[in-house]
Design a protein around this ligand. Structure first.
Ligand code: GUN
Length: 284
């Protein structure tokens, strides 16, 4: 039976670290870090994510600003808000919750956010810095996975790492972070001919494809480390992209869903906001 990697405990540890740094800074008379979250429209899942982000900000001692815009907001109105947050000296981090309603151009919104306040690390400048191995911010979900691996002392260097999924938010940056820790990295996706043949090679397997229970025990190596980034709802119940029941009998370590990677994403967002704050106060 695999060791269960506990994202709830680890995310709490990250948030405690952020909280104690904020406490030290505010005791010295400094202002609190501030994260601005923008939500356009009424996507139910996005509303829950935004609520959780706000709650975490309060937990770690940040100021959280929330901008809830109607679904018919146009690009110009959104640009105006982003411009004003960019130039607001009391705002350290800006996050525009994705997906945006149809008609709004996500990439152009991301491009508009000041790279110094881009706590999602989605801006091309930040993506470029990650590619060069010189990041200002690490993308939250892949950074959460890296923290889980280091928390459980899982060696990456030299090992076969297979990432399933090539999204800009998870798969692509995940492969870069594993590479920067000297993993031997392969990226699989929907056009991969024989997925099982590749996943079976993995010492560390990270799955982010959004297909419930896609990875079954016959697709993993005995003793593999299995990280499940999936978050699917099947018959009202949350489940990952990995068939936990069968894979947990064969893996050495495995993340559950919920309670694995999920809670890490927000914790790493708090860490990024603290980083943005420190950069901000050091340059002003
Ligand atoms: N939607 C799903 N995941 C994310 C994320 O990490 N950041 C933002 N801004 N939107 C998302």
């Amino acid at each position: 039976m695999a060791i269960i990697i506990d994202g709830k405990i680890t995310s709490q540890k990250v948030k405690d670290e952020v909280f104690s740094e904020v406490k030290k800074l505010t005791e010295k008379g400094m202002r609190k870090p501030c994260l601005a979250v923008v939500l356009v429209g009424d996507n139910e899942a996005s509303k829950i994510y935004v609520r959780n982000k706000k709650r975490s900000c309060e937990e770690v001692g940040f100021i959280s600003l929330e901008y809830l815009l109607p679904a018919d907001t146009n690009q110009e109105e959104l640009n105006t808000l982003i411009d004003s947050l960019n130039s607001d000296d009391t705002v350290d981090g800006i996050l525009v919750q994705l997906p945006l309603p149809e008609g709004l151009d996500e990439q152009s919104v991301i491009n508009r956010i000041s790279p110094q306040k881009d706590v999602d690390a989605f801006h091309p400048q930040n993506v470029g810095r990650i590619t060069l191995g010189k990041p200002s911010f690490l993308p939250c979900t892949p950074a959460g996975v890296m923290r889980l691996l280091s928390e459980y002392n899982i060696e990456i260097s030299g090992r076969e790492c297979v990432v399933v999924g090539r999204s800009n938010i998870v798969g692509k940056p995940m492969s870069l972070l594993l590479l920067s820790e000297n993993g031997t990295v392969t990226v699989c996706h929907s056009r991969t001919y024989d997925l099982a043949q590749v996943t079976k090679r993995a010492d560390i397997l990270v799955v982010a494809i959004g297909v419930a229970k896609k990875i079954t025990a016959d697709m993993i190596k005995e003793g593999a480390v299995v990280i499940d980034v999936g978050m699917n709802r099947v018959d009202g119940k949350l489940c990952g992209d990995v068939d936990f029941e069968s894979c947990s009998k064969k893996a050495s370590y495995i993340t559950p869903v919920p309670g694995g990677v999920g809670p890490m994403t927000i914790a790493m967002l708090m860490q990024n906001t603290l980083t943005a704050y420190k950069m901000h106060i050091n340059q002003s």
